[in-house]
Design a protein around this ligand. Sequence first.
Ligand code: ADE
Length: 225
Amino acid sequence: MHIDIVTLFPEMFVGPFSESIIKRAIEKKMVSIAYHNPRDYTLNKHNKVDDYQFGGGAGMVMMVEPLALLLDKLMESKKYDAIIYMTPDGNRLEQKQLNQYISFKNIIVINGHYKGIDQRIRDQYVTHEMSIGDFVLSGGELATAVFCDALIRLIPGAIGDGASALTDSFQDDLLAPPVYTRPADFRGWKVPEILTSGNLKAIDDWRHDQSVEKTEQRKPWMLED
Ligand code: ADE
């Protein structure tokens, strides 16, 4: 999979993508990520990439021209399965969609800043508008880092223990059961006995029951679908 990230602030991705699972997936060439800055595509003599809104109103808008030139350039050399725009008014990202995106070969993720991007880019280029929740971040970059992390860890082999991603919360429409590790008794806080019984069938049943109970308590609507 290849991800082209369109951003005015590529440095914002350095931390999230230089640790742990994502770092390893990049090193193992399971995924490649490239950054493209609209500032490198502006024809404006002052290097401007944003401007006032037509019709008035607070906040700057990212200009159509640098973004269009950048996207045209990317699309000349690759066919994209999705051109995503990160925006709080997009469709809220859910695990099920990630399982579909995982089959994509090339995607572009556009990050807005300030008041967002000129609507003509959304109309002419964007295929998916995505939000990570009903709150407003200062730009799309942190949302894109969240999306890429959630996506990349699903690439087969990205997580050391292959079964692990399949037993995450949401993967089977249930929240994950509680997990414990050694010691079995810490300050008298004991691990449920069943988990140390060695009875794999009973452990499986217990985990399933715990998942259903947790889902009923916390996100009952997940059981309705
Ligand atoms: N940009 C700003 N806020 C966002 C959000 N909640 N989701 C996606 N992109 C955003």
